[in-house]
Design a binder for this molecule. Structure first.
Ligand SMILES: *Cc1c(COP(=O)(O)O)cnc(C)c1O
Length: 370
C-alpha cells in the first residue's frame, strides 16, 4: 500500500463529533464543525453534519469551495477575517464570516449588494489572546456601524482564545463575553443570536461546570478529529484519539553508533543535535520528513523512539528488535503534524470505516473527564 499515508477513520470522527454535540447540547451550546485541518475533506464534513453540527466552518475559501463542489449542503462560516481582495468570493460562497474590521465589512456589504444577497457577520472580540478581535471598548461603536451596512446581517459576537498566546478560556473571560452580549442587546435590542465562545480549548471550561452565560456556540475542529483538548493535549474521555494515523515505511535499518563523528554544526533546521554516546542503537529510517508532516508532533508506537528528522527522513530507534526494511510504522499525529500531513501532496489519504469490537471506547459521560 502506498506510503506515507494518513488513515482517516470516519466512524471514529463521527463518534467524536456526536459525543461532543451531545455534551454541549446538554448545556445549550451548538457546535460548528471546523473543517480547516482536513482541507475541507467532504467525507469528514458529512460525518460532522450527520453527528448534528449546526454548520461547517473553515478558515479558507478554497476549502469551502471544495465542500460546495462536492454538494455538501450546510451553513458555511469563514472563521478567518476575509481579505478585502476576496470580498466578492466570500459573499458568493459563504453564508457568514467572522469579522473585526469595518473596512472589510464595508466591502462585503458592497459585494452582497451587487449580488442581491445578505451576508452574515459575527464580530470577534479580543479577550486577551492577542490574535483577532475588536477591543471590548470599541465593540459598541462597531456594532452600531455594522447594523447600518446594507445587505449585512449582524448574527452575533464571538471570541477566540488559546491559539496565539495560549490564553485559556475560563469563567472570567467567558463571563466578559456574556456581559458584552448583554450590553449590546440592552443598547440595540435583541440583535445577537450567536455568542460563539471559542474553539476546542473551551471544552475544559464547559466540562468544568462553570456557568455558561450567553455562550451558545463553539467552533470545534481538533477535539473532533484528535479526541483531545488543546490546552494540555489530554485525551477527552469517551473519544477516540486515533481517528487519524500516519503510516510510514522503513527504508533503512542498521545498528549504528549513537554518537555522530566529525565536526558538529547546525543541521538544516537550525538545531544542534545532542551527541551523547549511549552505545549502538537499532536505528531505522522511515520515508517521512518535514515535507510530509511536523516530525516533532508525532507519537511513535511503544518501543520506538524518534531520534531525528530531515526534509524526507525520520530517524527512529527501536528497543528490542530491529525494524525491517519494507515494513510500516504507525504514528499518531498531533494537530501540527496532522495539518501538515493533510496539506502535503506526498501523503496519501486513505478513508477507512469500522471500529474493531475490542477498541470500543467505554461510553462514559464526558462530564467525568473534568
Ligand atoms: C481553527 C479555529 C477554530 C477551531 O479550533 P480547534 O482548536 O481546532 O477546535 C475555531 N475558531 C477559529 C477562529 C479558528 O481559527
Amino acid at each position: 500500500m502506498t506510503a506515507p499515508r494518513l488513515e482517516i477513520n470516519l466512524d471514529k470522527v463521527r463518534h467524536n463529533a456526536s459525543m461532543l454535540v451531545n455534551l454541549l447540547g446538554n448545556r445549550g451550546i451548538s457546535v460548528s464543525g471546523v473543517t480547516k485541518a482536513t482541507l475541507g475533506l467532504p467525507c469528514i464534513a458529512r460525518e460532522m453534519l450527520a453527528a448534528g453540527v449546526i454548520g461547517l466552518a473553515d478558515s479558507r475559501i478554497e476549502n469551502i469551495q471544495t465542500m460546495r463542489r462536492a454538494a455538501v449542503t450546510a451553513h458555511m462560516t469563514l472563521i478567518r477575517s476575509p481579505m478585502i481582495s476576496q470580498a466578492a468570493l466570500v459573499v458568493g460562497n459563504i453564508d457568514t464570516s467572522l469579522n473585526t474590521e469595518l473596512d472589510v465589512i464595508s466591502e462585503l456589504s458592497k459585494a452582497a449588494h451587487a449580488m442581491h444577497r445578505t451576508h452574515g457577520v459575527v464580530l470577534m472580540v479580543e479577550l486577551g489572546d492577542l490574535r483577532e478581535g475588536i477591543l471590548p471598548a470599541d465593540l459598541e461603536s462597531v456594532v452600531r456601524r455594522t447594523l447600518r451596512f446594507p445587505n449585512i446581517a449582524l448574527k452575533g459576537i464571538g471570541t477566540n482564545l488559546a491559539c496565539r498566546c495560549g490564553v485559556a478560556p475560563d469563567a472570567h473571560n467567558m463571563g466578559e463575553l456574556s456581559a458584552l452580549a448583554d450590553a449590546i442587546d440592552a443598547t440595540f435590542g435583541p440583535v445577537l443570536s450567536i455568542v460563539s465562545g471559542g474553539n476546542s480549548s473551551n471544552l475544559n471550561w464547559v466540562i468544568g461546570g462553570s456557568p455558561i452565560g450567553r455562550i451558545n456556540n463553539l467552533r470545534l475542529g481538533e477535539s473532533i478529529l484528535l479526541g483531545c483538548e488543546p490546552l494540555h493535549r489530554r485525551p477527552i474521555e469517551g473519544l477516540y484519539t486515533d481517528a487519524m494515523t500516519l503510516v510510514a515505511e522503513v527504508i533503512e535499518a542498521k545498528a549504528k553508533p549513537s554518537k555522530p563523528w566529525g565536526e558538529i554544526a547546525e543541521n538544516p533546521f537550525g538545531s544542534i543535535v545532542p551527541t551523547a554516546d549511549t552505545g549502538k542503537v537499532l536505528q531505522a529510517i522511515l520515508a517521512l520528513g518535514h515535507m510530509d508532516t511536523d516530525p516533532a508532533g508525532l507519537t511513535p508506537p511503544p518501543g520506538i523512539k524518534i531520534l531525528g528528522s530531515s526534509s524526507d527522513h525520520l530517524i527512529v530507534s527501536s528497543d528490542k528488535q530491529q525494524l525491517r526494511v519494507g515494513t510500516e510504522v504507525r504514528l499518531q499525529p498531533n494537530y501540527s503534524a496532522l495539518i501538515r500531513a493533510m496539506a502535503s501532496p506526498f501523503v496519501a489519504k486513505r478513508i477507512e470505516q469500522g471500529i474493531a469490537e475490542q477498541e470500543n471506547v467505554p461510553f462514559q459521560s464526558l462530564e467525568s473527564a473534568a
